[in-house]
Design a protein around this ligand. Structure first.
Ligand SMILES: [Zn+2]
Length: 86
């Protein structure tokens, strides 16, 4: 986690807002929350190469996934490719 917080500090030092919600598209389609139909998401990422994933034979999924957390209801969507911020 140290790397995550170092990165966060760097982002804050640069004056950006890494968790500011925004609208995203994947494969040209705008991402919409399936629960509340919200369109604003906070982008994040998660490591997939955990022991659990290895057990499930998902090593091919590899390294990290992109997550979009709904700004309204907090439902989180997972993507294997980077969402495009609109
Ligand atoms: Zn939602």
């Amino acid at each position: 986690m140290a790397g995550f917080f170092d990165g966060l500090k760097g982002a804050l030092a640069a004056g950006r807002q890494p968790f500011a919600p925004g609208q995203y598209a994947v494969e040209g389609r705008r991402v919409t929350c399936p629960h509340c139909e919200g369109v604003d998401f906070a982008e994040g990422s998660a490591q997939l190469n955990t022991a659990g994933m290895t057990f499930l034979d998902l090593d091919w999924a590899n390294k990290s996934a992109h997550t979009l957390m709904c700004a309204q209801c907090s439902r989180t969507e997972w993507f294997g490719q980077a969402p495009e911020r609109l």
